[in-house]
Ligand binder design. Structure first.
Ligand SMILES: [Zn+2]
Length: 328
């Protein structure tokens, strides 16, 4: 099922996702040293989140991912926010993104060569709530049934939030993907992508090979794309090739910038990388990815480079972007 993406693929040959939310929020002065991470801003500075969504749409993103990754009923409860209050904050996160999208699209000049952008409601992994790095290990104490029970209330809310689709991201193990697909099946009209975190160029974070997991999740009728995010860029191309060989689903990738997260020290560590983020995007596209953006430490500049390249890609392949651009 790629109908949600078909207009983007026809226009530019690529769906361009946004980049890091937290990195850009911090650059704008937000303090995210908090178990709620960027979700804290939903309470304190929603206008900053809006400004970052605005920046990514202006940079050329086709999809904004909402500030709900680390937002959970349990996390808000620890701040004394009850379920009703949490529900307001989840809905606020989605409405901030849809309002940004609608304002962007209301400007005629912004429509040139573009399809109307989408809003994907982020569904973070159980490990992101634990805040102990287990979303990069997958060593959960919960089994599939327990993961369904944990995810379902937030999933139900986000599925009915007005977002165009759900972004199930940084998933470390097939068991959690299966739990999320069961949550998804409670909403037959809703679409989602399932994106895993990976530990190397072959395996997702808990050590399972990516290829069979990609084949299994990619075959689900409500899944619009499967892929990998929050993973070092050097692992991405081999993972995409492995998935491309076993599934006809769209492949989504949004790696980190190349810096490494130290889960013990809770800080980013510089690691040498080869080439720019755009160089990586070209390689991921050549490997078979069609939905490309950035995760941690990526910036609007990274996304602008990918989006500008995507336009030339559409022209090179004779996609309708030439006609659309010259006729507007
Ligand atoms: Zn990330």
């Amino acid at each position: 099922m790629s109908d949600l993406f078909s207009s983007f693929l026809a226009t530019r040959g690529l769906v361009v996702l946004d980049g890091a939310l937290a990195t850009e929020l911090e650059r704008r002065g937000a303090d995210l040293r908090d178990p709620l991470w960027s979700a804290r801003l939903l309470i304190e500075q929603p206008e900053l989140i809006r400004a970052v969504h605005d920046a990514y749409f202006a940079a050329g993103a086709d999809v904004a991912i909402t500030a709900t990754y680390q937002a959970t009923f349990e996390g808000f409860a620890r701040r004394g926010i009850d379920a009703a209050g949490a529900e307001v904050l989840f809905k606020r996160a989605v409405s901030i993104a849809t309002e940004s999208r609608d304002a962007f699209w209301a400007e005629t000049g912004n429509r040139r060569g573009r399809a109307r952008p989408l809003v994907a409601a982020s569904v973070g992994p159980y490990g992101a709530f634990l805040n102990d790095g287990s979303e990069y290990r997958g060593d959960y104490a919960l089994d599939e049934e327990a993961l369904v029970a944990w995810h379902q209330p937030r999933f139900d809310l986000l599925a009915r939030s007005g977002a165009d689709l759900l972004a199930c991201e940084t998933i470390p193990c097939a068991e959690e993907a299966r739990a999320l697909l069961r949550c998804l099946e409670a909403h037959p009209e809703v679409r989602a992508w399932i994106s895993f975190s990976a530990r190397d160029q072959t395996c997702i974070s808990n050590g399972e090979a990516f290829a069979p997991v990609a084949a299994e999740t990619g075959a689900h009728a409500q899944v619009v794309a499967i892929g990998v995010n929050c993973t070092p860029p050097q692992y991405i191309a081999p993972l995409v090739r492995a998935a491309r060989a076993v599934t006809a689903a769209q492949i989504v990738v949004y790696p980190n910038s190349g810096e490494t997260w130290d889960a013990v020290e809770k800080q980013w560590v510089d690691t040498p990388t080869c080439g720019s983020f755009l160089d990586g995007a070209r390689a991921w596209y050549d490997a078979g990815a069609t939905v490309i953006g950035g995760c941690c430490r990526t910036t609007p500049d990274d996304i602008a480079a990918v989006a500008a390249w995507a336009v030339s890609l559409g022209r090179a392949e004779g996609a309708p972007s030439c006609a659309m651009e010259s006729s507007v």
